[in-house]
Design a protein around this ligand. Structure first.
Ligand code: SF4
Ligand code: ZN
Length: 868
């Protein structure tokens, strides 16, 4: 029995359908417009109510009309309308999606992609619908792939490639049968020209690479082409992918192609332009950086590159006087090889001659500035060809050779640790938590927070992150962290802001979540770490079906699945949370081991880091690996400190070569009345207990023993490069939204989601080129404010407040600060990534210390003004 209400609804639907069937195209178009206005964002249940259980009849009609449109080539504007109406049904899911597929919906959408006359906007909509279908499950992904979806998707034009790449990522996950096909489709998209799409595709390939596990040779050429990109984000992603591909079968081809990139177009073209009429493109600056990175990371890659002839090419590039930057990069790359391989040193010394070689070793980075034509010719004419290179094996003095010594060392260190260790929240979890998943997650969070931040600072943040309280919901498990953004979406949905998960809303919610993370993280610095934790959690719980919500249980798994996890973090988490017998070499361990084994070579070189890992993996206690690693780190933090080490209280003092050396020098001094205790450099360090290697030992101190440093002679680091100097002009822009509102609002802009201070909020700022005169500052700011809020005060009303200096680890930043005011009518014009906040909200927002310093200057300046 129907109620009268249901009878009315049915009557209404029948009249709508009748109107549709009788109507012409424009009548149908206006019906679709009305449909969109009334129903966008509804769930399938709500649509059923609206259509008195007969929504399918309307869906069928829209689909049929769209097919007719395609068949008759009458695309016009109706097609976009039809696709948007279909989106309402498909987003609502339920049975509509199935019915659409049964009507051949996938083929129809692919047909939209295949027509050259169809607008890119319509194609983007079609790709978007395919993504909704793909996200519904593996079966639907297979339907798209079986319908030759990949052919259509990868053939998309420039404007739609971004959306195509997002669809391909959706198709790659949980689609084992066709994942190779999807991977190849992504590789094809690498050749696109849009930097944003290139960046996205590279990121997607990196994710998909992990799933498919193998790589295809076709990736080499487009990938290396992307190294030529002028966009740093694209270069960065390309380099990261190249690094990851070193674990796959394309590695030899990739290395060969990289070496080929260094070759001049034809022999001898690099001669000075006075001697050479024609010029050629210089080898890529980025490729040298890649070389250095790869070679410094892995010894076997270094050796392979040497075998491929890289030394010859680097010497040639150093002689290329036309490209100073190339010379500089090549010189730095060559320095690594020379310092790591005696055979390379020998060849390079012979090729350069002693004088040039000495200059090179003295300052490889700046050699290009003094290279003259004769030296350039010498470098270009080099015939260096090295068949085989083996790194110098250190003498046993720099190693732990005796099993008895290792065993004594372990027991002394662990006994001290048991008595002296600090109680830290993550240590408690590692010791008491029985669930391995929670344990691994907890230790992972602590390790990520501890990267670049001191223990005392981390404790509070760690507790805030891990503990759920009645005030705030934090993320005590990997599931809760992964679900965090979904939680936000759900609460949005329940509060009636919108049903389902439309992508725009999803994106927005993710932004809220990241904001939340950033706000919690503010003060810890290096903000991208919070995001990486979230991405890692999503991989574990949502993306990687093979992990099924379980944190990886091996160091390889941790390295492979968790973004931002390197060798140290994998070793630390693996040993502490999972009891894996592996070392973990961080800064503290490096210092302790370098002192214990008197390792005086550059501790950042691959030669030394390889040795430190070898030592650490050897001495780690197999019974208590996690506690042993923590003990070594704790020793570095509390006793073997960078400055003023407490050797007298050191539990492993009898194993320490550095300490023994200090004692021997003191004893020698005491015996020899002629020795001069004031002499800082002591060339006559006793060698009774010294390295058994001859003077060629690459692990010993190369610059002699500094008497005043004692054990602090170790470790040795390369001279730090001066930070990059940058100037930015920035503006505190205030506004009163309404006339009667007392509290002014300040404009904040969100930084991009990658790079320095990713996702943080900042004041409107512009990087100043060197030659921009001061009088142009106001014009620049005015244009920027106009761009962001759609209006701008007069240039003259920007008031100069002063300069603020903020030093990042690698940038010496000076902000030239101005302030200005705008009226309240700017709201609707503003850029999406901006917001107005009150002074108090600004203090709470995810802003960097630099912004806080600027605001301090602003408040001081305005209060001075009020005083006068
Ligand atoms: Fe460090 Fe001194 Fe102990 Fe050696 S003896 S490990 S230098 S604290
Ligand atoms: Zn030595």
């Amino acid at each position: 029995m129907f109620t009268s209400k249901e009878r009315d609804a049915t009557g209404l639907v029948l009249s709508v359908l009748h109107k549709w069937d009788q109507g012409n195209k424009s009548a149908r178009a206006s019906m679709l417009q009305e449909f969109l206005t009334r129903n966008a964002g509804k769930t399938s249940m709500e649509l059923e109510l609206e259509f008195a259980q007969a929504g399918s009849l309307f869906l069928t009609r829209i689909t049929a009309w769209m097919r007719l449109t395609l068949f008759s080539y009458m695309f016009g504007t109706y097609l976009e309308l039809q696709l948007r109406a279909l989106e309402v049904f498909l987003s609502a899911a339920g049975r509509y999606l199935m019915e659409f597929l049964e009507m051949g919906g996938v083929l129809t959408l692919l047909e939209v992609l295949g027509h050259s006359q169809i607008t890119e906007k319509a194609k983007t909509l079609a790709l978007h619908l395919l993504r909704i279908i793909a996200n519904t499950g593996r079966k639907y992904k297979e339907i798209i792939c079986e319908s030759y979806g990949m052919v259509y998707v990868t053939a998309c034009a420039e404007e739609t490639q971004h959306t195509a790449s997002v669809l391909l990522e959706a198709l790659a996950h949980g689609n084992p049968r066709y994942q190779q096909q999807v991977y190849k489709g992504l590789v094809a998209l690498l050749s696109c020209n849009c930097p944003k799409t290139q960046q996205l595709v590279l990121q997607t390939v990196r994710t998909v690479q992990v799933i498919v596990k193998t790589a295809h040779l076709s990736i080499v050429e487009p990938l290396l082409n992307l190294l030529r990109s002028l966009h740093l984000e694209v270069q960065y992603e390309a380099i990261e992918l190249i690094k990851e591909l070193q674990q796959t079968e394309v590695r030899p081809a990739l290395l060969r192609a990289l070496v080929t990139l260094l070759k001049p177009a034809r022999e001898g073209v690099c001669k000075h332009k006075i001697l050479q009429g024609a010029t050629s493109l210089p080898p890529l600056k980025t490729s040298y950086q890649v070389f250095r990175m790869l070679a410094e990371e892995k010894q076997d890659i270094s050796e392979e590159l040497i075998h491929l002839g890289v030394i010859h090419h680097l010497l040639c590039a150093m002689g290329n006087l036309e490209h100073a930057d190339t010379q500089r990069q090549a010189s730095l790359a060559l320095e690594h090889f020379v310092r790591s391989y005696p055979v390379v040193e020998e060849h390079v010394r012979t090729a350069m001659g002693p004088a040039l070689f000495d200059c090179f070793m003295h300052n490889a980075e700046l050699l290009y500035m003094s290279t003259d034509q004769v030296q350039a010719d010498l470098l270009l004419a080099n015939k260096v060809h090295i068949l085989r290179a083996e790194s110098a094996r250190p003498s046993s003095y720099h190693f732990f050779n005796e099993p008895a010594e290792v065993s004594l060392f372990r027991s002394r260190l662990l006994r001290w640790y048991d008595q002296s260790k600090r109680d830290l929240p993550w240590r408690t979890v590692a010791m008491t938590e029985t669930d391995a998943n929670i344990r691994t997650y907890a230790v992972w969070v602590s390790e990520v927070m501890l990267q670049q931040t001191q223990v005392a600072t981390v404790i509070d943040y760690y507790n805030k992150w891990m503990k759920a309280s009645h005030l705030s919901c934090r993320w005590p498990t990997v599931q809760e962290l992964a679900a965090a953004s979904v939680e936000v979406i759900r609460s949005e949905t329940e509060s009636g802001k919108g049903p389902g998960l439309p992508p725009a809303l999803t994106q927005q919610c993710l932004l809220f979540f990241w904001q939340d993370v950033n706000e919690m993280w503010a003060g810890l610095g290096y903000y991208s770490r919070g995001r990486r934790l979230h991405q890692g959690a999503q991989k574990v719980v949502v993306v990687m079906s093979e992990l099924a919500g379980e944190m990886p249980r091996t160091t390889q798994g941790l390295l492979k699945w968790l973004p931002g996890v390197g060798r140290y973090t994998a070793g630390a988490v693996g040993s502490i949370a999972l009891g894996l017998v592996t070392g973990a070499v961080d800064g503290n361990v490096t210092r302790v081991l370098c002192r214990l084994r008197a390792i005086g070579a550059d501790c950042t070189s691959s030669l030394v880091t390889d040795l430190l890992w070898e030592i650490c993996n050897l001495i780690v206690d197999p019974e208590r690996p996690g506690q042993f690693n923590q003990a070594l780190m704790e020793l570095g933090a509390l006793v073997c400190r960078p400055k003023s080490p407490l050797c007298a209280r050191c539990p492993v003092q009898t194993h320490c070569h550095a300490y023994r050396k200090v004692i021997l020098i003191q004893e020698t001094d005491a015996k020899s009345p002629l020795s001069n205790p004031d002499s800082v450099q002591s060339p006559c360090v006793p060698d009774i207990e010294d390295c058994s290697g001859d003077s060629s030992c690459k692990m010993c101190l190369s610059e002699g023993w500094a008497r005043d440093l004692g054990v602090q002679n170790y470790p040795r680091k390369p001279v730090r490069k001066a930070p990059r100097v940058e100037r930015m002009v920035t503006c505190v822009l205030r506004c009163r939204m309404t006339e009667d509102e007392d509290e002014p609002q300040y404009l904040l802009i969100q930084r991009p989601s990658t790079g320095l201070l990713a996702g943080m909020w900042e004041l409107p700022s512009i990087l100043l080129e060197e030659d921009i005169p001061v009088k142009k500052h106001r014009a620049l700011l005015s244009a920027e404010v106009q761009r962001i809020v759609g209006t701008s005060p007069d240039e003259d009303s920007f008031q100069y407040l002063g300069e603020v200096v903020h030093i990042f680890s690698h940038i010496h930043q000076t902000y030239v600060v101005y302030s200005a005011s705008v009226g309240g009518s700017t709201e609707r014009d503003r850029e999406p990534q901006s917001r107005w906040v009150s002074a108090s909200a600004l203090q709470e927002a995810a802003v960097s210390t630099g912004v806080k310093k600027i605001m301090k200057l602003y408040y001081e300046s305005t209060s001075k003004l009020q005083d006068t």
